[in-house]
Design a protein around this ligand. Structure first.
Ligand code: GYE
Length: 619
């Protein structure tokens, strides 16, 4: 630990240590200094992350990296971050083990400079960009593989967890457990804390096995611990136990080799994001507009049956790439409809971004019919377009048509709404918002606005289209917050399809039923909120005063209502997805793996904050 701390502060690029005042001189040509803080650099996955950062930074002459290794000591990492700040870094890249201890420190840094959180999450949203994979999904996938490996018998599973405090371990565990419980009769009989370390996992497991515990399968949160488990079993001469790991590195003792050698049965390639972190850091430092808030990288399941394709080609055989063509790349976009102001801005953004990127766009509108949207997709398949993107009206019902696209080798990009399908390889990437967070933000505003109110607050919710991702998630996020205090009472939820007319119709109905009892309207988009405002005025009450109005989207019409005092709060949902979509299409063409999810950066606006933004809004 001491060694790690002392050696921790190292600067790549041959520059010695320096103080803030020396920065300009000693860096010479160097314009930017990026600080990287690791919780520890003792695992192969962390070393891989470090290698990627080093290699990528070497391509930028005007940028240097300075990194610290806290050697698994949280307090040390807090100090490290303070030291990096005192060295005058322009941007911080940080990976954390202990989210509780590090979150407040990172929030403070974020007030001063941009922060990229890498691989391991912090709590909340106080950072510029998060890059990492979906750990819960990782756990889900591992559980599905465990169920396949165990077959029909009632299996006994031991879970070997990473560091207890890390969100990564918590999420993998959650995903694994939920799926095992929901989809099988197997039981997780013991959980041991391997702290991400091979030796620790080996020792702990040996103790457990000696006490007579008999597992059928071991699920380890990383490959290092999976190897530790294998060695424990080997020493005790226990055979026939299945082992699943995670990380999938292609190096000595890395997951891919372990699968190849039959030491473990499955692993999940979990990209570290080191390369992307540096690329985005450069973009952030150069103030490139429209950068996302979260990049979720894709995991790949590797078993004996597909390990060779990863070892030899290093490719991602489950993802279809576009073969480079002589002609312009052809993108078929099945737009869901023209239901809202948001949608109109979204369509415009896609058309203009395609033009700018030199992508041939075939844009068709489904007039808010799922059936028609499927017909359009089928037509795109027939026309042999290179990529299909669409904004799925609802979450369910897409398996068949997406299977057809997959069989035709056409990658699918989900634009702004997600779907529910078992097989996650049916789609390549999702570009859009975190709707649950949008709902939470709406709820949090209400909580803070009504801090001094002790009497009950009666709420009417006007939901978006039933079974659509934004409606499901915005409801969930809002509920999560208001359920924490019983003074918030939801009178009724209406399903309003995201249109102004529906908002007006349901608000009229609500007023007829509840009249002046209503204190708050929460509408899942601006158009429905605007409809509700009309209905309230027709009823003779003052929207924004007698009844508070909260909405989502933050289009110019919402800003207008905020200005007139008729609306109280709007949560931004960014419709300008065109540029990100075209970047993904181009990456596919160039054989670059695109992230599983690209989540846009968004703000919130109350009446006061909206004044500044008003003149800047283009939609
Ligand atoms: O918020 C709403 C629209 O899917 C994000 O759909 C989109 C939503 C948007 O019609 O106004």
């Amino acid at each position: 630990m001491i060694l790690g701390t002392v050696l921790g502060l190292i600067i790549f690029g041959g520059i010695g240590e320096f103080s803030k005042s020396q920065k300009a001189n000693s860096l010479g040509q160097v314009k930017y200094l990026i600080g990287v803080s690791y919780p520890n650099l003792n695992g192969p996955w962390q070393l891989q992350m470090n290698k990627e950062i080093k290699n990528e930074i070497a391509r930028h002459d005007d940028t240097r990296v300075i990194f610290t290794d806290a050697a698994q000591n949280d307090e040390q990492q807090v100090q490290d971050i303070h030291s990096l700040m005192s060295y005058g870094i322009d941007l911080l890249i940080v990976s954390v083990d202990n989210a509780s201890t590090l979150t407040p420190v990172i929030s403070e840094v974020y007030k001063k400079i941009p922060v990229i959180v890498l691989g391991r999450g912090v709590k909340g949203y106080d950072y510029t960009l998060y890059i990492g994979s979906d750990n819960q999904l990782n756990g889900n996938m591992a559980a599905k593989e465990a169920i396949r490996l165990l077959g029909n018998k009632r299996g006994q599973i031991i879970e070997v967890e990473g560091n207890k405090e890390s969100l990564q371990a918590e999420e993998r565990s959650k995903g694994f457990r939920e799926t095992i419980q929901r989809e099988s009769k197997h039981s997780i009989i013991e959980t041991i804390n391997g702290n991400w370390l091979k030796d620790r996992a080996e020792d702990e497991l040996k103790n457990l096995l000696k006490s007579g515990v008999k597992p059928d399968l071991i699920y380890a949160h990383n490959d290092a611990m999976a190897l530790g488990a294998y060695q424990a079993l080997k020493q005790l001469k226990i055979e026939g136990i299945k082992i699943i790991g995670t990380d999938g590195l292609n190096e000595e003792s890395g997951g891919l080799r372990l699968v190849k050698q039959g030491i473990i049965d499955a692993t999940y390639i979990t990209p570290t994001g080191g390369t992307s972190a540096v690329q985005y850091a450069i973009d952030i430092l150069h103030k490139v507009p429209g950068l996302p808030k979260k990049i979720i990288l894709r995991n790949h399941e590797v078993t004996k049956s597909n390990v060779d394709s990863y070892l030899t080609e290093g490719d991602n055989s489950s993802i279809p790439f576009i073969k480079k063509k002589e002609r312009k790349i052809k993108l078929g976009f099945a737009q869901v409809g023209s239901e809202s102001e948001w949608r109109l801005a979204n369509t415009d953004s896609i058309i203009s971004a395609a033009k700018e990127a030199g992508v041939e766009l075939i844009l068709k509108n489904a007039d808010y019919s799922q059936k028609k949207q499927m017909d359009i997709i089928r037509d795109f398949i027939k026309q042999k377009v290179d990529v299909i993107a669409f904004s799925p009206k609802t979450e369910d019902g897409w398996e068949e048509v997406l299977m057809e696209a997959k069989n035709a080798g056409i990658p699918i990009i989900l634009s702004d709404r997600e779907i529910n399908v078992e097989d996650q390889t049916m789609w390549t990437s999702f570009i859009g918002s975190d709707f649950v967070e949008e709902g939470r933000r709406a709820g949090k505003w209400l909580v803070s606005d009504s801090k001094l109110t002790t009497t009950p607050l009666h709420i009417i919710e006007i939901e978006g289209t039933a079974n659509s991702a934004p409606a499901v998630d915005r409801k969930q996020g809002f509920n999560e917050i208001i359920q924490q205090n019983s003074k918030f009472q939801l009178l009724q939820s209406y399903s309003g399809d995201f249109t102004l007319d529906q908002g007006k119709k349901w608000m009229k109905q609500a007023l007829k039923t509840y009249g002046t009892e209503i204190d708050v309207v929460y509408a899942h988009n601006d158009d429905m909120a605007l409809g509700a405002i009309k209905a309230i005025e027709d009823y003779g009450l003052k929207p924004g005063v007698d009844i508070k109005i909260i909405s989502i989207d933050a289009t110019i019409k919402a800003f207008n209502s905020l200005k007139l005092g008729k609306m109280n709060f709007t949560v931004e949902c960014n419709p300008l997805l065109g540029p990100q979509l075209m970047k993904a299409v181009k990456d596919l063409e160039n054989g670059i793996e695109i992230p599983q999810k690209i989540i846009t950066a968004e703000e919130t606006f109350d009446q006061k904050q909206s004044k500044k933004e008003f003149s800047r809004r283009a939609y």
